[in-house]
Design a protein around this ligand. Sequence first.
Ligand code: C2E
Ligand code: MG
Ligand code: MG
Length: 767
Amino acid sequence: MKQLIAADAYSENVIPVRADARPTPNRTAGSIYAVFSTATLGDEEGVFQGIVTDRDISYSPHRIFADLLNPHPLAPITDDTPLTQVEDLLSGSEDALAVVDKTNTFAGVVTHTSVLKALLKRERELLMTTQELNQQIAEDRQHLALWSNRLSELHGASRTLLSVLSHTQIEDDILQSGIEALCKLLQARYGAVGLINEAGQLTHFVHTGMTDEQVKRMGHAPEGRGLLGAVIHENTAIRLDDLTTDPRSEGFPDHHPVMKSLLAVPISSLGRVYGRIYLCDKIDDSPFDNEDELLAMSFATSLCLILDNAREVQEIKRGQQHLYQLAHFDTLTGLPNRELAYDRIHQALANSRRKRTKLAILFADLDNFKHINDSLGHSAGDELLKAVALRLTQCIRESDTVARLGGDEFLILLPDIELVENIITVAKKIKDTLQPIFKINNMEIFVTISIGISVYPDDSMNIEELLRDADTAMYHAKNNGRNNFQFFTTQMNEVVQKQLRLTSLLSQALERNQFLLHYQPQVDVISGKMLGVEALIRWQSNELGPISPAEFIPAAESSGLIIAIGDWVLMSACTQGKQWLDEGLHELRMAVNMSSVQFQQPHFPARLKQILSTTGFPATLLELEITENIMMSDKNAIIAILDELKALNVKISIDDFGTGYSSLSYLKRLPIDQVKIDQSFVRDIASDPNDAAIITAIIAMTYGLNLDVIAEGVETQAQLDFLISKQCYKAQGYYFSKPVASEQIAALWHKGFKPYPSHFDSGDYHE
Ligand code: C2E
Ligand code: MG
Ligand code: MG
């Protein structure tokens, strides 16, 4: 600020007078008279002579001004004299000082008062400037706070994005939280992020601020033909106060919400454009400003970082996958290689140890492959190996592994084996699957295979020995004339032998009349009445001795003998049922177990109809027990058969319920009448809370579906009490009676069982 000088402090009370004039009596107190010479004529001002104060006049009121000048000799100061100096001069005797300009012309008078006034004025000015400055500072500070706020919000939004740096996939929800944060930060009504792929097609589009309704009406996301396209193609930000003024805004979808202002920024890094962000309409209707653009750009940069990272991670993953593929899979067949196979065996072994199940390793080697390779050429050999690999994979479960160890050697890993018979089944399947002739390069090739099998824990407990044993067994198979399978241990081979013998004996059992049926009562536990019986087959084999149906039925099924056997069972059960009916055992139902093979036999319903009419047994009293696993085959075909059977008026019961794969929704679709709770659940009802919970759920579910429910395998009063407490009133099991010969049924029927809750002596009726 400029220093104050005399010119800033002129007194307002100065009156110019002529030197020859006389002061008037009625003067204004405090006036100062600037005296000019009278020598000059006319209106022109005279030469400045000096000043006269009111006080001077009061001493000699009658003198002319020229005479009053005396006490104030003419010693004017210049107008640029600093005011501080003026103050010093005035502090002496002088009460007023004349001021002249550079040309020595009178300019004004300074007095104590006028200096004081000037100083006061300056102080006021200073005060005002200070106030203005303070206000400015306050505003600046506020602005700064706002910025830091926005920046920290931006960092927050960026952080959200950065926190997902490790993600390889750009998920919509990441983009979603990002655009929401940005919209909030910039106070925009709508916002959207669109990402494009290398071909320029929109791959991701997330938005905020639009209602579902608006999105639905919009139909498709903005494809970037207009403005948004320009953002991408030109890799530049676009800021518009009024969208409608830009013809490129036509590119927005027809029903895009109406918008006025737009801020669109590209998401780009190192010249590659990943997409764009656009924001529309600020909540306070102000246009987007430079600051907004900076923030949006900064946000886009963060997003880019993530996209760059994601792409990098993806590439690394792809590379890793490729390496993994190379290291673990056979390039010719695409099957797991030795490495991966061993890895899986390790895992499966650990699993088997835990679950106490068996595990089998099959070493399979094509017979005479070298010969084929040599005579037909390597490329035909390769094609054949591929075709073999394909067939092998088709005959195993998903949880099994087929690997190629090299050359014509394959390894098949069967984890989680419950019965040795299952291994035999797979080995047979492998043999059979190669039977149809291979057509390679227009040549017909006949291939057989030799298989060696080792089993954990029977043969060995560790992987190396298991592999060696399987290999040894495979050589046995080769020595045994090829095209066969051999277990490592004789004991296992005995199982195979037994199986073969069993099947052979089974095939003669029917004609040798070795089968008979036993019947087990099914009881209404409240009344103690026998409702029906379940027919259970018994085989009296002279050669094998007592053998359970659980053992020979699977053999009958895999050999196809079950069809004839099942037919015999049905015929015998219906004949017996009719006989009991004739003997007066009214309403006694007959439950017969059905094998899925028999059930799916073409014309089975017709055959059943025939049996019913031949025997004269009423269809309404017949109950067919099928297991859930039947549904593993073509569901629609099964449902069609069930419908046909229902049309005959027979009842359908799901046996061993809970052990298979049925779900509630699944059962709903089936035309069935009853669910039979498997005995494995009933066994531990009282001790295992899981089983208790399962049974409770099954019973509740059957009631919900309007189905009957019966519990099998009831052996104790405690089990029965539990079942009754859960409202299951039908039961079968040793608690009531073991399966008995047909002759005993009539007596049991007449006697009945003790009604609940009193006990009855189950010992009477045991087989
Ligand atoms: P399933 O149909 O579930 O029959 C029940 C089995 O549980 C019968 O064994 C029966 O004797 C036994 N059982 C009944 N009550 C109790 C009990 O309280 N405690 C215990 N521990 N067991 C009890 P079985 O007769 O050895 O039959 C075994 C399986 O063989 C049957 O299971 C059924 O799946 C099949 N099977 C039996 N007969 C035939 C048949 O004629 N045809 C077909 N396809 N399968 C049959
Ligand atoms: Mg049954
Ligand atoms: Mg059962």
